[in-house]
Design a protein around this ligand. Sequence first.
Ligand code: UD1
Length: 416
Amino acid sequence: MHKIVIHGGKPLKGEVEISGSKNSALPCLFATLLTDEESVLNNVPDLVDIDTTCSLLTTLGKTIERKGSTVFVKPGKKLQSEAPYDLVRKMRASALVLGPLLARCGVTRASLPGGCAIGLRPIDIHIDGFKTLGATTTLVNGMVEIKATELKGNKYKLKFQSVGATENLLMAASLATGDTILQNVAREPEIVDLANLLIKMGAKISGMGSSTIHITGVERLYRAEHTIIPDRIETATYLIATAMTQGNVVLRKTEPQHIECILQFLVKAGIKLKVNHSSIHCRATRKFKPVSVVTGPYPKFPTDVQAQWMALMALAAGKSYITEKIFESRHLHAAELCRMGAKIQSRSNQFIIEGVDRLQGAHVMVSDLRAGAALVLAGLAARGKTVIHRIYHLDRGYENLELKLKQLGANIERID
Ligand code: UD1
């Protein structure tokens, strides 16, 4: 298994281009199942999760071509309604096949996605929503079968603003008959991006980005070309890397509006930011202040930046608190950061972080994608050598991670 080795302590300097958003590209790729015509997606990042999604789409009948960061999804064989376990188990986002396949085939079967290191992650809200649109569900040998002779528009209030459930219901309702009103939906920029793609395909959607979305079902969807938004989590990760290494970096091709909350917290911590239309210049020249955060659905502080923020606060001048409100067990990175000299205590879903002057390089283990990012950040800032194990998690979500960091002057390499 590959490992990442970092010799820390070098300030990051220069320019970095932010890639397309993983969490937007995935639902947009699944949305191509809603049409028999070609879909063209630009700015798709080159990641393992994207490969898995493309394999899943191919198995379901599509033909995929990739040219650089553009993915062409073309009609291939007859659309299959069953998502194979081998691909579904690799990636939780594969639950997003359910909405499109139900709408197109009238029936879909997929293995229930299992839990993962950060929590149980059930899909009950997705399923409740499909039922409100007229579907019936049965569970057979770990496979969920969802059927509907006709999906009928309805009113549905999500019990929690689930990102995946909002996306699945948005896709299914686009081809239902009549009007659907989804209440208490997720408001993430990735939801807006998916809705914008669906609208280009001919869907009638309004209200995306607010907590109520209105969809008027249409009979079919058509060819569309769409450019995926920049990755706001990757942006936040590079900003924090710059701050932790006392660096000076310009992040290009990003969308500052999507991370206003993070930018405010970074400024509170004393990090200097110059924000332009699509770039952010970040400079950190002194020790930063402790800033406590509570994660929550957009526009609150993203759970996907909780681990990286913990790495930052491990070096702050004083005590801060992090409260994780989205996932029940997103905490395994805390123990690994402590192996590097961080002082972190946890009480249920709250962490108390006492900033230290220095982190020390160590052997550490990645438990999930964002935990991996936090350990890379800690390694970049630490004194000495850090060896990061189980880095396959990082390949799921950070395009050209070592290359981008090397170009910023980091001493980082991947070894066998
Ligand atoms: C998406 C993101 C992930 C991010 C998360 C929260 C993608 C591919 N992944 O995941 O990076 O961390 O949003 O911002 O976009 N829940 C239920 N029942 C459900 C659905 C969710 O109880 O039917 C719970 C989950 O267990 C979790 C919380 O709701 O505790 C949030 O989950 P959700 O917003 O659905 O996250 P994902 O779409 O899986």
